[in-house]
Design a protein around this ligand. Sequence first.
Ligand SMILES: *[C@@H]1O[C@H](CO)[C@@H](O)[C@H](O)[C@H]1NC(C)=O
Ligand SMILES: *[C@@H]1O[C@H](CO)[C@@H](O)[C@H](O)[C@H]1NC(C)=O
Ligand SMILES: *[C@@H]1O[C@H](CO)[C@@H](O)[C@H](O)[C@H]1NC(C)=O
Ligand SMILES: *[C@@H]1O[C@H](CO)[C@@H](O)[C@H](O)[C@H]1NC(C)=O
Ligand SMILES: *[C@@H]1O[C@H](CO)[C@@H](O)[C@H](O)[C@H]1NC(C)=O
Ligand SMILES: *[C@@H]1O[C@H](CO)[C@@H](O)[C@H](O)[C@H]1NC(C)=O
Ligand SMILES: *[C@@H]1O[C@H](CO)[C@@H](O)[C@H](O)[C@H]1NC(C)=O
Ligand SMILES: *[C@@H]1O[C@H](CO)[C@@H](O)[C@H](O)[C@H]1NC(C)=O
Ligand SMILES: *[C@@H]1O[C@H](CO)[C@@H](O)[C@H](O)[C@H]1NC(C)=O
Length: 893
Amino acid sequence: MKSLHWFLLLLIVAFTVLRIVEAQNQAGFISLDCGLVPTETTYVEKSTNITYKSDADYIDSGSVEKINDADKTLVQQPLWALRSFPEGQRNCYNFNLTANSKYLIRGTFLYGNYDGLNQSPSFDLHIGPSKWTSVKILGVTDRAIHELIHVLTQDRLQVCLVKTETTTPFISSLELRPLKNSTYTTQSGSLMLFNRVYCPSDSSSSVIRYDEDINDRIWDPFFDNDIVSISTDLQVDTSNIFDVPQAVMKTAAIPTNASEPWNLSWTLDNNTALSYVYMHFAEVQNLKANEIREFSITYNGGKIWYGLFRPPKLSIVTIYNQIPLSSSNGLFNFTFAMSVNSTLPPLINALEIYTVVDIQPLVTNKDDVSAMMNIKKTYGLSKKVSWQGDPCAPQFYLWEGVNCSYPNSGPSMIISLNLKESELNGTITSDISKLTQLKELDLSKNDLSGLIPAFFADMKLLTLINLSGNPKLNLTTVPDSLQQRVNSKTLTLILGEIQNPTPQKESKKVPMVAIAASVAGVFALLVILVIVFLVMRRKNAETTEAPGPLPSVTSGTVKNETKSSNLSIMTKDRRITYSEVLKMANSFERVLGKGGFGTVYHGNLDNAEVAVKMLSHSSTQGYKEFKAEVELLLRVHHRHLVGLVGYCDDGDNMALIYEYMANGDLKENMSGKRGGHVLTWQNRMQIAVEAAQGLEYLHIGCTPPMVHRDVKTTNILLNERSGAKLADFGLSRSFPLDGECHVSTVVAGTPGYLDPEYYRTNWLSEKSDVYSFGVVLLEIVTNQPVIDKTRERPHISEWVGFMLTKGDIKSIVDPKLMGDYDTNGAWKIVELALGCLNPSSNQRPTMAHVVMELNECVALENARRQGSEEMYSRGSGDFSRLSSASEFAPGAR
Ligand SMILES: *[C@@H]1O[C@H](CO)[C@@H](O)[C@H](O)[C@H]1NC(C)=O
Ligand SMILES: *[C@@H]1O[C@H](CO)[C@@H](O)[C@H](O)[C@H]1NC(C)=O
Ligand SMILES: *[C@@H]1O[C@H](CO)[C@@H](O)[C@H](O)[C@H]1NC(C)=O
Ligand SMILES: *[C@@H]1O[C@H](CO)[C@@H](O)[C@H](O)[C@H]1NC(C)=O
Ligand SMILES: *[C@@H]1O[C@H](CO)[C@@H](O)[C@H](O)[C@H]1NC(C)=O
Ligand SMILES: *[C@@H]1O[C@H](CO)[C@@H](O)[C@H](O)[C@H]1NC(C)=O
Ligand SMILES: *[C@@H]1O[C@H](CO)[C@@H](O)[C@H](O)[C@H]1NC(C)=O
Ligand SMILES: *[C@@H]1O[C@H](CO)[C@@H](O)[C@H](O)[C@H]1NC(C)=O
Ligand SMILES: *[C@@H]1O[C@H](CO)[C@@H](O)[C@H](O)[C@H]1NC(C)=O
């Protein structure tokens, strides 16, 4: 289930579809010239034709300032005015937008010594409660630009400036540009721009943005001594989802010295950050018949970014990673190397680099936020300087007079509101009734008028209301329903010196209410008793049924059964809600592991243990893999494929619930990470044959057949009896039966396990899984790392081949077995593995053949166990065995 080490590349090619040209009209753009006065002014900026307006409608704090006249000539009009925030720790812009939509958010900051203090201000930017970045202004005319690609979690967006030291935060312009959901996707978090460049032909070229770029991304020109530019006058087909402008794609960079591999490197400011890289390519040279431009792209010392690649003529291809990249020192060094057949050097047209910003998923309940915003507006509370941004989150910036609940999961809610002496006038607003978790409300010493509203009575959690010190408030009429709550002592109402007035006529109602209250009380007690009883029973069940410590497997005949009978309640409709997931996973108490797409938690469902894989919370990323896995697992069932118990696709929350595999993955078990327990040879043979059966089923038992694409030891899971099951079908693909159309545009898999033929040709077939399974078999036998750079032969298959030329199987078999294995079986399985690893896919055996061979290995081992000393001692053979018998002999490598 772990997918930490692989990354997945996507390649997007141009599709010739009708372009929607109406996007050219700044639709959805919000372009604010901060501090522009008078506030109703709008203007068209000359160099871009973008219409800017004042920011006044989006913020209610800060002061309006202007940069020095002398500096105005240096910069464009949107930077002439600015808004600064001398008051308050946090000041926020509020936008009313649509949840789940994706925006490019750009803040521009030009100090221009507006305050005459000649400072270098520095402060933070936040998106809602999450920190986006730090802004550091280096000098008076230094222009800082910060960009974030962000998916809205709510219908509102808050961009906040946060004071971090003595200097005053300010902002010159704030721009929002809607983007297509399908572009710039991440597994989690939002994307902060590190660099976005194109390679112009002319050294005088400047930035490209709107309206050449309909999304108004800013493309900076990139010049370097290592590169020269080539360009075309012809139209480039740029119609893929990224909408890269013509002007960007018409030029490309090639290395100055074509005969050397070409390196392109950068170092991130934050070397622990995860990053996403987008490379845009198009052939812009008119190639002659005998000319080929073909190259491979690797990074950081040989990691594969993309195999052999030929940029298509005048048509865009975008190559990017779907799994974030990281590098221990923040350095990324990409090498573009011509292939042997290539006559022309590599090329690149444009490059975008982003780093991931963590976005805090837990914010205040959106209805509470709306209510608070409305209360703030109704009573003109903008002078409360802390009333900016999210009311509850982060807790450090909690609004003054507000207290919140911070549940372990789910949004915060407002539990008390103190507006004492806040100069409130007018009537008591019904927005208060929308704070459904409110317990205490203090509106004392204001200038409120009108009647005491009846809605207070319906706020079930409310226990204290203080309305004293509001001389204009009509206190003579307390609504009946409210009076009842007062009488039943579930609510204290403070109206002035006299508390809880009890008018005569009401008094006879009191006993009735009291009875009703006590009946409710009895009912509540009953509920509690029932819950206690159920919990106790559950506890007992657990203690009596809990399995002992890790069992060591003693018999090869044990077959794995899932506890599916216990899980039957889920089988009808396996889609479940997020709250059910929360309950099941016990609020995510116990982490089982972390994978590429999220964290896996332990859970309980109806007394059966389950594994709950949560997909990254704040984004829709990995959604395709999620869907692929759900669809596959709902369709296929096999005792050696990890079973899906249920899934959750509830808004932003996506989870997969699997049967629990108590003994972790094969890799952990091989490495001894799960206690000192060494898997015996018999265990290993059994695991190999079971995993092979799972894979065989995918290949021939399903219609259409499936390719797993990520077979590896971490994806083979063991249950409490060490029965093996194949997991992680997120990359799986079905392919048509007729043998056509196997070319996939996505090369995916884990380095070391990746079929070189598939990698080279993008030709996907079930034989790619056979290759990966061969690697798994070698690991099972040798317990060696798949790739070990310190070894004379880094890849396990090369190492095994090399060791065997010395003729001794003992030198490769896992020494932890202490010689307790069947030598014939070992030879057999190594031969089989090397057959699977044949570079030519059609020379590899089928999984059916692999299963058959492995069954023989199991039989040999069982025979040996039954005491056949003769078989055991024979056959520490020579290398000739390898090349003799097998019809799937390893080829030259
Ligand atoms: C702005 O619009 C005008 C009128 O449509 C046009 O003539 C001009 O070229 C545009 N400028 C830019 C920079 O696009
Ligand atoms: C935001 O939109 C909601 C619903 O569309 C509306 O009720 C509210 O007044 C708007 N708020 C602002 C500040 O525009
Ligand atoms: C993109 O996000 C918007 C905003 O929620 C949503 O309405 C739309 O369905 C999404 N489109 C896709 C393709 O997911
Ligand atoms: C290009 O690189 C090759 C190989 O390193 C070198 O021999 C040659 O001198 C270089 N040419 C130029 C013009 O630098
Ligand atoms: C660097 O990136 C990591 C991982 O995203 C993040 O936790 C950390 O806060 C970042 N550091 C800075 C200084 O931004
Ligand atoms: C990038 O890698 C190449 C060789 O792989 C090396 O020559 C070059 O110095 C590296 N660049 C950086 C900046 O480390
Ligand atoms: C190079 O071209 C030849 C002839 O077209 C072809 O047979 C060979 O496979 C190609 N080599 C590579 C590495 O693509
Ligand atoms: C509340 O007070 C403000 C100024 O203090 C005034 O403009 C407004 O009209 C008052 N509202 C009511 C309902 O009295
Ligand atoms: C208070 O409200 C009641 C009912 O609306 C009304 O009859 C009474 O005159 C009001 N009292 C004052 C002092 O305004």
